[in-house]
Design a protein around this ligand. Structure first.
Ligand code: NOJ
Length: 545
């Protein structure tokens, strides 16, 4: 596999995702905010973070926690003011941390001025969206939305509008050049304020080829008309040429349902579209038929096969094991019982040793686990709400709905960050918008800061190690044969060759010992056997070359 070519500033960056609502609340209203983030910048610096990806902070009615934007050029008062945002950008800059913002341009909120004017009959703004007459008594086509409902909603005037997400999120019409001008203007607005790039929400679905009926699927009927279309590639090239290239940005796309071939086209350096993409195949390793609500047993060897495939496919893979839409990685791929700590450290080592750009999600660095919700009533997520309704329509009984939704709900990763062991985990002085996990008593930043062997301190050391290693930041990647469920690969530069061992199981695994000396790991050196990996053991072995 080729090593990285032309050097861009973000190539060796460690990116940390902040979900502002759940990060840190400074004013006691139970909702995280920008001053709260500012108060934790030194914590992030100390951890080794170079870039913050900030999930949406724009004004929004909040039906999808900010992924429904009602004004792209302002700040949601729940999170602070524009002055707060400017202060965040400049304080972070002083610490050498850049900020990338979430850019949600497949849809706006239905409470955006554009949509309100469109609903009032303004022709100009109607053409910002997809309004269509019904097909007899039915919707204009048979498409389904990502949140399990129909993709069309009828307005009072009898027309329908398209929304690939909730009905509170009408899709923008990217065939309209005025939409292009508006959105590129918004990008410049933020880049001029000093943000370093964007994480582009569901970017590979923005351009609809046609609005014809789709081939019938259990979920997402219609997708062949909007996934990775030529029109989308063209738009990305134009964004790049007209805006991004002028600011030396870092642009990472959230690209749903992509294959390695699709992803290559979207992020190939020579094509000048996106810098990197998030793929999802590893997230779906335990979903039945790609539907995350229906789980099958997680098999580590499948995860290894998928990660290896993507390591070989992409120039700059965006590596992540969790985010605000997924369950926590220790629940997904690790162990929340006896091996909680070992497995969290293993996942840290894995994520940080792969080729590409590592993304850490808030709380991952202390081993936060899924929410401990007692029932569906405690959930706040619109997706969980809609899926519950859809399952009801399918006559799925309450106990089963409860089980399926609680194990997969996005709220699992959205519980407040656990800063200390106090009642609300130091997140807020008020009532948190989403329940704090009881395990804050021992999973929290304060306690882990004091313990040299904590997950948090392991992250710090691993990040420092990564930054000092040319093999990890720039080297090639090659998988090495190993027992099933053990991920073994090399990272190699001109100066060093490293063997990375990851035992993804709760059992001992006999292995070959390659290389010369173990230089990093999650087990005590006196408690190690070169030829046996202990449960969830992670180790880096250096080899003289
Ligand atoms: C992907 C975002 O990550 C998710 O949180 C959101 O619900 C959808 N896109 C719609 O914007």
């Amino acid at each position: 596999m080729a090593t990285s070519s032309t050097k861009k500033w973000w190539k060796n960056a460690i990116v940390y995702q902040i979900y502002p609502r759940s990060f840190c609340d400074s004013n006691g209203d139970g909702i995280g905010d920008i001053p709260g983030i500012i108060s934790k910048l030194h914590y992030l610096k100390d951890l080794g973070v170079d870039v913050i990806w900030l999930s949406p902070v724009y004004p929004s009615p909040g039906y999808d926690n900010g992924y429904d934007i009602s004004d792209y050029k302002d700040i949601n008062p729940e999170f602070g003011t524009m002055e707060d945002m400017e202060r965040l950008i400049s304080r972070a800059k002083r610490l050498g941390i850049k900020i990338i913002m979430d850019l949600v341009i497949n849809h706006t909120s239905d409470e955006h001025e554009w949509f309100k004017k469109a609903l009032a009959g303004d022709k100009k703004y109607k053409n910002y969206y997809y309004f269509r007459p019904g097909n007899g008594k039915k919707s204009p086509n048979n498409w389904g939305s990502f949140f399990g409902e129909k993709a069309w909603t009828k307005t009072d005037s009898g027309e329908y509008y398209l929304h690939l997400f909730s009905k509170k999120q009408p899709d923008l019409n990217w065939h309209n050049p005025e939409v292009y001008d508006e959105i590129t203007d918004i990008m410049r607005f933020w880049l001029d304020k000093g943000v370093a790039g964007f994480r582009c929400d569901v970017i590979n679905v923005i351009y609809k080829d046609s609005l014809e009926d789709g081939k019938k699927h259990f979920a997402l009927t219609g997708k062949e008309h909007y996934l990775n279309t030529e029109g989308c590639h063209e738009l990305l090239k134009r964004f790049n040429e007209d805006v991004w290239s002028k600011y030396k940005t870092f642009i990472v796309g959230e690209t749903v349902m992509v294959t390695p071939e699709d992803a290559k086209l979207l992020s190939d350096e020579n094509r000048k579209e996106l810098d990197a993409v998030f793929f999802f195949e590893h997230m779906d390793v335990d979903s039945r038929g790609g539907i995350k609500w229906f789980k099958k047993k997680y098999k580590p060897y499948k995860l290894i096969r998928i990660l290896d495939k993507w390591q070989n496919a992409l120039e700059n893979p965006a590596n992540y094991l969790e985010n605000h839409d997924q369950v926590r990685s220790v629940n997904h791929f690790g162990n929340t019982g006896r091996y909680w700590e070992k497995s969290a450290k293993l996942l840290c080592g894995l994520n940080l040793c792969l080729r590409g750009i590592p993304f850490i999600y808030e709380g991952e660095e202390i081993g936060m686990t899924n929410g401990d919700f007692r029932g569906l009533k405690e959930l706040k997520d619109i997706e969980s709400y809609n899926i519950n309704q859809a399952m009801r329509r399918l006559l799925i009984i309450n106990a089963i709905r409860r089980k399926l939704i609680l194990q997969t709900t996005r709220d699992n990763a959205r519980t407040p960050v656990q800063w200390d062991a106090s009642e609300q985990a130091g997140f807020t002085e008020g009532i948190p918008w989403l329940k704090v996990n009881e395990n804050k008593s021992f999973i929290n930043v304060e306690a882990e800061n004091q313990d040299p062997d904590s997950i948090l301190n392991f992250y710090k050391k691993m990040i420092e190690f990564r930054k000092s290693s040319s093999a990890i930041t720039e080297g090639s990647y090659r998988r090495v044969a190993s027992p099933s469920d053990v991920y073994l690969f090399t990272r190699e530069s001109d100066e060093e060759r490293l063997y990375i061992y990851c035992n993804l199981t709760a059992f001992n695994k006999p292995v070959e010992f390659y290389g010369d000396r173990i230089i990093f790991g999650n087990y005590d050196p006196t408690d190690r056997d070169n030829f046996v990996l202990k449960p969830y053991e992670f180790r880096i072995v250096a080899s003289n070359i």
